[in-house]
Each structure stands twice: as C-alpha cells, then as structure tokens.
Design a protein around this ligand. Sequence first.
Ligand SMILES: C[S@@+](CC[C@H](N)C(=O)[O-])C[C@H]1O[C@@H](n2cnc3c(N)ncnc32)[C@H](O)[C@@H]1O
Length: 346
Amino acid sequence: MEQAQGLLAFCRPGFEAECAQELAALAAQRGTCGLARSQRGDGLAEFIGEDAARVGIGWEETIFARQLLELIGRAANLPANDRLGVLLPLVEGDPRRWCDVRVEAPDSDAGRELAALCRGLTSALVAALKSRQRLDRRSPWRLHLCMTSGRSGLLAAVEVARAPPWPGGIPRLKFPREAPSRSTLKLEEALLVLLDEGERERWLKPGMRAVDLGAAPGGWTWQLVRRSIHVTAVDNGPMDRALLDSGLVEQRREDGFRYRPVKAVDWLVCDMVEQPARVAARMAEWLGNGWCRFAIFNLKLPMKKRYEEVQRCLARVREGAPGVELRARQLYHDREEITVFAHRPA
Ligand SMILES: C[S@@+](CC[C@H](N)C(=O)[O-])C[C@H]1O[C@@H](n2cnc3c(N)ncnc32)[C@H](O)[C@@H]1O
C-alpha cells in the first residue's frame, strides 16, 4: 500500500501505449515531466510525476483517454476478507471530502470479471466513508477506486465538473432498431461527445445539407436524416431502401475520393475504409476549399506508430485548412480508429 502522484487514464484495451504516449506529450507541452507506464491489454495508462495532476490536463483534450483521474495511491496484496481494512488508511491519508464514490474496473477482459466485486465494494466504501464523515455532497471531488485484480487497486480522485458524465467515460448507447448498420452508433456517439448541447442545436438544424462519403448501407446517413438533414450518399454499395424512400437522401454511385459537391454543404461525414493519410488529405481539401463547414470523419489507424500517424494526419488537415478547429477522440464505438470533428471558422 503506498501513496502515488500522477495521472490515471482509462482507455480502449490495446491502446494503452498510445494513451501513455499522449499523456507524456501533453505533460511535456506544459513543461512537466514524469514516467509514462502502460501494459497492453490492461485498459489503463499511468503518468507518474509530482506535478502531473496540477498542470491541468483535461480528459477532453486527449484523444485516447476515456476518463482521466488524479492518481493518489496504489494497493497490492489486498486480503480477500478485508480489502477495505487495508484501503481505508490510504483514503484517510488524503484530507479531501468526497461528494461521491466510484469503484470500477477497466474495460479489459480481466476487468469485466471484477464487476460483482466492484458493486460490493462500492456500498462498503460508501458506508465506511459516511461513518467517518468523509462524504459531503458539496465537495467538488469524487473518489475513485479502480480494481485491477481481486487483490490490487488504484485510488484516484477527480473534480466532477472536469470529468466526463458517463461512468468509466463510456457512453452506453442503445442501438436504434430502424438504423441500417451498427456503425450508426459511432456517429451518434461522435455528435454526443465531440459537440456540446448548444453546438448540436445550432449546428445540426433541419433543412441543412450533408454529404456522406462511404455511406452504404446508411447508418451515418440515418443519423443525419433523423435530424431532417438532406444527404447526398456517395458509395457504390447498396443503400438502405427506407432511407432512399425518405425523400431526404440522394445516392451517387461515385468514388468518394473524386466526388465534388456542386454547391457547398453544411456537413461532410466520411467513414471510408482507407489509409488515414489519404482520408486526411481529402478532408483538408474539402475544408480548405470551403466545400463544407463541419466535418466528422474516421481515421482507421495502422498497426504501428499509431500515435505518430494520428498527429501527422491532424497536422495535414490543419495545413490544408488553416484556422480549422479539430477535436479528435477514440470513441467507445470506435475500434482500431479514431473519430475527428472539424469546424471551419466562418
Ligand atoms: C465502414 S463502411 C461505411 C458504413 C456506413 N458509415 C454506415 O454507417 O452504414 C465503408 C464504406 O465505404 C465505402 N467505400 C470505400 N471506399 C470508397 C470510395 N473510394 N468511394 C466511395 N465509397 C467507398 C464502401 O463501399 C463501404 O460501403
């Protein structure tokens, strides 16, 4: 059992190294250094350093962190019959009061086995903190206990106002039965996570026009159509019949790397499975030429040097479309890819 100082990030299993690399880069930009640590498959990355939590890195500026916590301690060899007996002194070593408590496990194979244990520990920890008068609803801080196995855990804290609203940083969305493909959840999550409520209202208005490159069978188009947006769906593959019958969709059986709109549109969305550099260059062309105001696109990542490739692709878009605002994130519904929102200033 020991105190620790640093950052703890939850991420998609398989992307721990990229997440750790990103934390180190963000810390370096703020002039602080430390040690980035990760193990493939854990669904976690750590950045150990005295000042790491103080320099104000927010989860929303990261691409790979689903949630980002201040690491305050680690415990190993917890006895199965009295885990809290060992953990509580570590919690009490921190003078803060807590508005709430979350006991959770990473989104990994090992983590899923710990769900029942986490539920049991949540009620026990809440009761223990209550009896010690360490819970206070007005406190800005929430206490996290991340169980990494039945015998080990990490203690962490977060300022609720700076944390994602979804437990574990995972927005659980229900698949809409009428949507033609599960990919629809990617665009739904992108709109939920990359835009705030006001932006969704202002920037997704009925009657707007969009182009969907690589649209078939139509999961992304469906998200736009349900918001009464007109869509030109570019793909050689078959589109969902109901979407074509909606009166809001026109299909163009053309190459998404050559298609050009006759008139500028509000939105471009793109889910073509292609080299990320090629997609980035295409997005730079659309945004740079003013063919669209907003774009959401996927960058399918290579097997190696994925962090570097992401940085190269984002730089390529910025270079082709100066002044563009980019927000990039590996969504829960993304696999070996990330999703980017681009906004061209008026
Ligand atoms: C992952 S699927 C898109 C799924 C779609 N977003 C949905 O939600 O249903 C990729 C699509 O890109 C299309 N595609 C790949 N290369 C293309 C290209 N050069 N031009 C147009 N479409 C392309 C494929 O035909 C395929 O339908």
